[in-house]
Design a protein around this ligand. Structure first.
Ligand SMILES: [Ca+2]
Length: 278
């Protein structure tokens, strides 16, 4: 049974990583730092198993808007996505806190809860919000909350439907604001990852999203692929840049990131920066 479940998990990870589409307040945070000076990144996603070894002592109490309760980890299959992405962030920049804000289970969740989750994350003092999900309709409330918080960086996935986002829009990655970084996945050879969304105007930058080692709930581990993975990678890099000077405006952090991209001929026509970040 255990082995069978393992196989199911593996195929689900590959499949769901490639198909995530969306069909209260504490006083700990001041100006984006927690009380021991770690930058706060909100994982607005499925739940995250913050009890795994690598995420030990990294969490701030979040909220589950999907079930409207305080348990932000409920189930392996429901919450592996957020767990794997939180792990990726921590593996790149250790001095951060993760705020788990759950609004999805597996690939199911709705935009109302996503907006509530973002609002919660901002009020808790998050400087960076990981949005590894896509919604194919524009939503005024989603746009408004991003626009009204230029001090927060929204790192958004370009999705996994192999779409040219300059033509076929997806949100929040396609909103055009200085505080959104939209991220596509590239392969280990820095060519576009097969399923990733792309767009010379709509997508900012790439990161490797192929066979990336991740931690999963209940201290499990595996390899994952897709633009969600690439998005979490960029979140970690953004945190590293911002930690050097937290007074830097969000839009300047974004510009610094884009300027530091490694140009790649294979990516020139696929994203604004024409390159990737390792
Ligand atoms: Ca729960």
């Amino acid at each position: 049974m255990k082995k069978e479940l393992g196989l199911i998990r593996k195929s689900l990870i590959l499949f769901l990583m490639a198909s995530l589409i969306l069909g209260i307040l504490g006083t700990i945070a001041i100006n984006g730092f927690s009380e021991n000076d770690d930058l706060i990144i909100a994982m607005v996603d499925t739940g995250t198993d913050m009890s795994i070894a690598e995420l030990n002592n990294k969490d701030i109490e979040g909220y589950d808007f999907y079930n409207d309760d305080l348990t932000t980890y409920d189930d392996y299959l429901y919450d592996y996505h957020g767990t794997s992405l939180s792990y990726i962030i921590i593996s790149i920049e250790e001095k951060v806190k993760i705020l788990p804000v759950k609004f999805m289970e597996g690939s199911s969740g709705d935009i109302e809860d996503a907006i509530k989750a973002i609002d919660f994350a901002i009020k808790k003092g998050s400087k960076i919000i990981n949005c590894s999900w896509n919604y194919n309709k524009a939503d005024e409330r989603l746009e408004k909350i991003i626009k009204e918080h230029p001090e927060v960086l929204f790192v958004c996935s370009a999705g996994n439907s192999c779409t040219n986002l300059d033509i076929e829009k997806s949100y929040p990655c396609c909103y055009e604001y200085d505080n959104i970084i939209s991220v596509m996945a590239c392969k280990e050879d820095y060519s576009p990852y097969e399923t990733s969304g792309y767009g010379k105007k709509s997508v900012d930058i790439a990161a490797v999203g192929e066979n990336v080692y991740v931690a999963l709930p209940e201290n499990d581990h595996d390899y994952a692929s897709g633009s969600s993975v690439a998005t979490a990678h960029i979140c970690g890099v953004v945190a590293k840049i911002w930690r050097e000077d937290i007074s830097k405006p969000a839009k300047d952090v974004k510009q610094q990131l884009l300027k530091s991209a490694n140009k790649s001929e294979n990516l020139l026509n696929y994203c604004l920066a024409g390159g990737f970040i390792d």
